[in-house]
Design a protein around this ligand. Sequence first.
Ligand SMILES: Cc1cc2nc3c(=O)[nH]c(=O)nc-3n(C[C@H](O)[C@H](O)[C@H](O)COP(=O)(O)O)c2cc1C
Length: 373
Amino acid sequence: MVPAREAGARAAGWAGVTTLFDPLQLRDVEIPNRIWVSPMCQYSCDPVGAPGLVHDWHLVHLGSFALGGAGLVLTEAAAVSPEGRISPEDAGIWTDEQARAWARVVAFLHAQGSRAGVQLAHAGRKASTYRPFEAAGTGSVPAAEGGWETVGPSAEAFGRYAEPRALDAEGLRRVVEDFAAAARRADEAGFDVVEVHAAHGYLLHQFLSPLSNRREDSHGGDLAGRARLLLEVVDAVRAVWPQGKPVVVRVSATDWTDGGLQLDEVVTVSGWLREHGVDLVDVSTGGNSPAASIPVAPGYQVPHAEAVRRGAGVATGAVGMITDPAQAAQVVAQGQADVVLLARELLRDPRWPQRAARELGGQVARPPQYARA
Ligand SMILES: Cc1cc2nc3c(=O)[nH]c(=O)nc-3n(C[C@H](O)[C@H](O)[C@H](O)COP(=O)(O)O)c2cc1C
């Protein structure tokens, strides 16, 4: 066990211990510290006037994390196509106009010394749902209220959501093209990192998991078949995304359900991802089974990040109930993950990276305007 303060601030005698405040080099991109903002949907775009278009809310929300000193600010899930949105209010990156709106956010993040990453997403059978804080309803949004037909690997619904249409070969080709076009736009918008969302029961996870993928063609069946769409997406993204910029993939390391996706399978897939040019695997869990029982507790997904890191030989991010600076520092110091991602704790305290630096004796960027604080 590395004592907390040393884990944070590499004191004398602890040379060689990685701290939260050390930069991480991924390809040509240096990320100034190991504290990353985990993607967080804001469900705040105007679904009628300007679908998918981010605006002042997103600038201020994401900008606040850069002011707090986060090394990498990852955006919320940005849909690669209109039908890939979780809710009608989701952000998107399926048009050039949307990319230009993101460019304004990216420029602000860069000006504060943070790096900017976009999460590229397709919700599949979990698309077209009411946003969580919507008074109008829960579950699937009907067409009369601006909902749409969803797609998935098989015509099998998630819980009480609407039944999706199983994607045919043409539909699969379009999904791959949409991810690639979104990555090209993300590069034009100035993002440093793309994260492909293959977790939380969304489309690429739906293909990976035997709970939702009942296909009998080349995109189903054994692990190689279930992982095929994800690898096709990664290859297509890598082909248009600059070689000097990193690609990250978020996975769910387990479905927490008998008969679902298992950790050892995800370790295998993560090795394939590394071979296909993925630089870091962001390891979450769950989201594809309404019946799953998840043992939520501080750091409960850290062992999954560690298993992927050791088993697949790829850099990882740990996420989930990481809230305490000393706890976060231990994850990195002990080599369980290369970075930590925080979501809800950063909503509570967007200056958490600066607080962690104060508590542990490290350093992160702080705007000169706040120097007197
Ligand atoms: C408001 C909110 C929105 C979220 N939206 C996304 C998302 O767009 N993409 C994603 O991969 N995870 C999303 N998540 C999950 C978080 O990124 C994170 O994995 C999860 O909250 C666990 O981390 P935490 O304990 O630090 O909050 C969201 C979480 C919250 C609280």
